[in-house]
Design a protein around this ligand. Structure first.
Ligand SMILES: [Mn+2]
Length: 332
């Protein structure tokens, strides 16, 4: 059984559970779930991260479930021989800082960009890392307590946008397992309060600025926003009936941070983002969702009307990708 291998590996070691930078509810719930699971097997661990916990609702969630996560700046004594389990993230990815310890294990639900030889690896493509963690409880003898079940269920709900995004049969199965133990009142209270007044300013600006070309919606925000918020606004814009690809970007460090969503079968959001931002920044991701950035220098190279140039770049790439799709279809 897989989970027992993890316990064997971590026994008698100093163990850190590292989430991706700027941890979101799914990464924190997953790390917390693994911490509870390991403790039941006599293994202590510390949850750690770099970046900030950006959203008040995420901080609130941590208080609600009693999740303790330590910022890397507050860990002075991590040694190279200490063991790290990356949770909801993979070593070498741009969203995770390389800490001194040894990344011996990985539990994640994203596809691999740069492979790493972990001693223990559980990477399954599904809607939420919390689903994978739930399966450890289900498959082992560890009893599921209400607090952990509720946290994991919240992680699944948030990462799948209430079962609208990237959800698999496995997520549903784990949701149903957790549901029996979870406190659903706590879930609705948290879920119905995850918007902050600052979020509305960002929504307001995106709505005012939206430009639609064919089936593509573009919106820009002139101030820095948490990644999760840009992603939420991109989902929101995709909700428009005429929009099938949404590109939302917000000012950051003199450049832009992008979130792209795709609901067509014609092009891959990750490829589109990567190609559109080539030479001015970078990007990539999944078929339906992607992220990217344009650097300050990259934007300067676009000249007077950067917004126009960005839209042009995306529209050109989409046109190319559409032609590739059509020619492939004809071949069949
Ligand atoms: Mn996740």
């Amino acid at each position: 059984m897989k989970w027992s291998k993890l316990v064997e590996l971590l026994e008698n070691q100093v163990v850190y559970l590292q989430t991706h930078n700027y941890p979101d509810p799914d990464s924190l719930a997953s790390a917390y779930g693994i911490q509870v699971f390991l403790r039941a097997h006599g293994v202590d661990s510390v949850i750690c991260y770099a970046g900030n916990i950006e959203k008040n609702s995420t901080k609130h969630m941590m208080e609600e479930f009693g999740i303790e996560a330590v910022h890397i700046d507050d860990i002075q004594d991590m040694k190279e021989s200490d063991y790290i389990v990356t949770i909801d993230a993979q070593k070498y990815n741009s969203n995770i800082t390389d800490f001194p310890g040894d990344e011996v294990a990985c539990i994640d639900h994203h596809s691999t960009i740069t492979p790493c030889a972990y001693k223990y690896s559980d990477i399954r493509i599904c809607g939420a890392c919390s689903s994978i963690v739930a399966s450890y409880f289900k498959e082992s003898e560890v009893s599921m307590d209400a607090n952990t079940a509720t946290a994991l269920l919240y992680g699944i709900k948030m990462d799948t946008d209430s079962f609208n995004r990237g959800v698999t049969a496995f997520d549903i199965e784990m949701f149903s397992y957790l549901h029996a133990y979870a406190d659903n009142k706590r879930i609705s209270a948290l879920y119905n309060n995850n918007m902050e007044i600052e979020d509305l300013y960002a929504y307001g600006e995106a709505i005012r600025n939206i430009k639609i070309f064919d089936n593509v919606g573009f919106a820009s925000i002139s101030f820095d926003c948490p990644d999760a918020l840009i992603a939420m606004i991109s989902d929101f814009i995709l909700g428009l009936d005429v929009v099938e690809l949404s590109v939302v970007y917000a000012t950051r460090d003199g450049g832009y941070k992008f979130s792209v969503r795709n609901e067509t079968e014609f092009y891959h959001a990750g490829t589109v983002t990567q190609k559109a931002l080539e030479g001015i920044g970078g990007g990539g991701g999944h078929f339906t969702m992607a992220g990217g950035f344009a650097t300050k220098e990259g934007l300067e190279s676009l000249g007077q009307n950067a917004h126009f140039a960005i839209r042009q770049r995306f529209m050109d790439v989409i046109q190319q990708e559409l032609e590739v799709y059509r020619s492939k279809k004809e071949e069949r």
